[in-house]
Design a binder for this molecule. Structure first.
Ligand code: SF4
Length: 535
């Protein structure tokens, strides 16, 4: 039993809900009356309702995100039918803006917008406070759904909150850090999220973090102490959620040094970095990490300077290229770079030239994202001029705009999906460049993508061996490449992924002896996808 249940539907089991752990850690005296229940979006809503109601809570706090808003709405609708007395409080980025338009908000009793770490506790305190008849009748006459008792000179008086409750931005010094709420099971099986800062000083109009100012830094000694405890408990993979980890060079350097001093094979750290900001002091320390230990997610989004200007994104392309060369030539950092399709002012041609430029810079992964209209973001100011049409359903992806019609956008969507399967997974490191040879990577991969779609009529659930067969067919049939070298290249890629069986289609081209390319010990301990990229 628990008076307060904190819950969310994660995208996958391995994603531990970091935000809810902050809320739980900061519940103060209410913490023993609360519990955290996590689900994932593949579970049936009614099964989730059953588990939640079994705790007989008075309050349920839901973390609502773009990926879970639809199933969460179903869960809440059922709870409100079965147990209308339970107070439902929502929080999270999806319900922090444009609340008046949302069905899930209509179902809820309260919505805390912004960072709810402290506000959630405050609201729960009020809801759970024992109230006399006199106060209850005052409440029932109120237009508001909630009342707060404050004692001044021993006389209680009523403070009311509206349905939508904006949270003041907390300072890190006010917060209890939540790291001891990761269980041993979390540590063994899930991604462990940490943060050194919140907020972003940049103003990219498609991004929710552009509204998240000012930047606030976690107190470094306390954070390092917590990181040490996590290391002591056996955490191997840390994912920093800071939007711009390298904004404060001194802090990022200290954290990197901290990890380097404690390096053990198998440790892996993920950071989101600004790509044009790697001063020498940071380069020195980055270069000392063993290959595959660091992963940098770097948003580039567009190489078109006019588009960058339109969406208020500042980026120095010369410095960015220089940093990529440094990372690829002098370090073992795994680079995951982001590009966006569908930005205002971006044509297919300019996206294509950006993609080719990025391929030349050699990141291990390129995430081709389709522009999303996130609630609250200022990108909507371009809607009329650039005829931006977005899906009304989460994740609110762009369907077409003035420069890219729906049919073309669909092709680019498939391009993105297939690129992820072929280019990013690390299953075809040597084979993928055969698709373009000396030609444009974008044009060639788009040709492959459309061919693949005609052959399969699907963009998911293509098994690895089937994908190999299709690649072989395309490269040797459509592109007329020699069969034996293509088969040998596919075989090397296949072995590098840790497979030893010879797929039927390759057998006739391969020697009968069994040469196996083993993963090195350190590689084997890394996340599989990243390890495959360490050729
Ligand atoms: S895209 Fe990156 S740099 Fe731009 S506002 Fe968002 S987090 Fe900040």
């Amino acid at each position: 039993m628990a008076d307060i249940v904190l819950t969310t539907l994660n995208a996958k089991y391995i994603h531990a809900a970091f935000g809810l752990r902050y809320l739980l850690a900061n519940l103060g005296e209410l913490k023993p009356r609360a519990c955290l229940l996590e689900f994932d979006i593949n579970q049936r809503p009614l099964d989730i309702v059953e588990v939640l109601l079994a705790r007989n809570p008075k309050i349920i706090g839901f973390g609502v995100y773009i990926w879970n808003v639809e199933p969460t709405t179903e869960v809440i609708a059922a709870i409100k039918r079965v147990r209308p007395d339970i107070k439902i409080i929502l929080g999270g980025p999806e319900v922090s803006y444009e609340t008046e338009e949302q069905g899930i908000v209509r179902l809820a009793d309260h919505v805390i917008t912004g960072e709810a770490d402290l506000k959630f506790a405050e609201v729960c305190r009020v809801l759970l406070a024992p109230v006399g008849d006199e106060v209850t009748s005052l409440h029932s006459n109120s237009e508001f759904g909630i009342r707060s008792l404050e004692f001044q000179n021993e006389t209680p008086h009523v403070v009311s909150y509206p349905k939508i409750i904006p949270a003041e931005l907390p300072e890190f010094s006010q917060l209890v850090l939540p790291y001891n709420l990761y269980t041993d099971d979390d540590i063994a099986h899930r991604i462990i999220y940490v943060e050194a800062s919140r907020g972003c000083p940049f103003t990219c109009e498609f991004c929710l973090s552009s509204l998240d100012i000012p930047v606030r830094q976690a107190p470094l000694p306390v954070l390092l102490e917590q990181l040490q405890r996590l290391l002591n408990r056996g955490v191997k993979q840390f994912k920093f959620v800071d939007r711009t980890f390298n904004l404060n060079i001194a802090v990022s350097k200290t954290i990197l040094e901290f990890f380097l001093e404690r390096y053990q094979p198998g440790l892996f750290f993920h950071f989101e970095m600004i790509p044009d900001r790697l001063p020498e002091s940071l380069r020195e320390i980055i270069a000392k990490f063993p290959p595959g230990t660091l992963q940098f997610e770097v948003g580039i989004q567009t190489f078109n300077e006019e588009v960058s200007h339109l969406i208020s994104r500042r980026q120095n392309y010369e410095r960015l290229a220089d940093n990529f060369h440094f990372l690829r030539d002098e370090t073992g950092v795994h680079i995951h770079a982001d590009l966006i399709v569908g930005l205002p002012g971006e044509t297919v041609e300019s996206f294509a030239s950006g993609f080719d430029r990025l391929i030349a810079l050699g990141p291990q992964e390129i995430q081709v994202g389709i522009l999303k209209r996130l609630r609250g973001t200022p990108i909507i100011r371009h809607d009329a001029k650039w005829q931006m049409v977005y899906s009304p359903h989460p994740p609110y992806e762009i369907l077409q705009n003035k420069l890219i019609n729906f049919a073309t956008m669909q092709k680019l969507r498939r391009f993105a999906r297939y690129w992820d399967l072929v280019g990013n997974t690390g299953n075809f490191i040597e084979t993928t460049p055969l698709i373009w040879g000396d030609a444009s990577p974008f044009d060639s991969f788009l040709r492959f993508s459309e061919w693949l779609y005609r052959r399969t009529k699907r963009t998911d659930s293509i098994a690895l061996v089937r994908l190999m067969e299709l690649l072989f067919e395309f490269l040797t049939g459509e592109l007329q490449l020699d069969r034996k070298p293509v088969a040998e290249t596919l075989w090397r890629d296949y072995q590098h992924g840790g497979h030893h069986d010879k797929p039927g289609l390759l057998r006739e081209f391969l020697p009968t002896n069994k040469t196996v390319i083993p993963l090195r010990k350190a590689e084997a301990a890394l996340p599989k996808r990243q390890a495959r990229h360490l050729v």
